[in-house]
Design a protein around this ligand. Sequence first.
Ligand SMILES: [Zn+2]
Length: 312
Amino acid sequence: MSKYIYICSANFSGSTLLDLLIGSHSRIESLGEISQLPKDLSLNALCTCGKQVKSCSVWIKVINIMSEKLGIDINKNPYFLNLGNIRTRVNTDVNNNSTFYTFKRKLKSAFRYSELSFGAPFLSSLITDVHKGIKNNFLLYEAVISVLGADAIVDSSKDYLKAVDLYKNAPEKVRIILLIRDGRAVFFSGLKRNFSYKKSLNSWKNLYTRALPLIRKHVAPEHVLQIRYEDLVNDIHYELAKICEFVGFHFEKEMIDFTRKTHHITAGNDIRFCKSSAIRKPDMLWKEKMTKEDLKYFEKKAGTLNQAFGYH
Ligand SMILES: [Zn+2]
């Protein structure tokens, strides 16, 4: 039985939905994009239970445990947790997630990527806080497990470097779900938000072209499960049963209705606030709305990768 289930994916790929579904198991708790917790504490964001994070009884207890373990008041110094890369464009914490923060974050990610890809141990000394942050994630997972009396957690922070780092630190306990969605649908999601061609494509393409070799290099193949978003929403029962088997839990049919259980997620897609768990079928709007030019650009830059995932 694994204790820490991690969802690695590109943006707009259904990671919050998958997190909620797995976290609706009676023995597993959802954490959402827990890397964002420092920012959510700083901004006192809304928890999925309906309370703000600083008033949520679960997070109050978890933060007390973390403050005691780390010897620092986390409510006053949330960024000390350093749980992973923080998105700076969504609910921006202007005092902390500055341009300088983004620059530092990108630089450290580049160092860590080089270290994991090519083995450059001298870079390790430049990113000691990244390693400390990974240890803090485990402390936090354990705090949530003890407060909620669960056996396992699911973290959908998505970042592939964090996936590999977590696994390398606890290979016997970490299992990675690589969630994939048709790149054309993700590309279209970016275009709809008026992102450029390059930006719409790269957040999907870069994640998988970088994540796949690193995961192959560092993670045992039996500890990674590839799930396609479209397969999940077309047959939730089958895909969830497959996931349960992978992480060593018995499938519970109640998992399919993720609104039956109160979740305590502070960051993720707004689906976490939905009152109905009726899962929509995959959004195929891209097939109607994308122009020939859009599709041509996608196929030229990323068609081969998309086809390798079975999208034709
Ligand atoms: Zn809550």
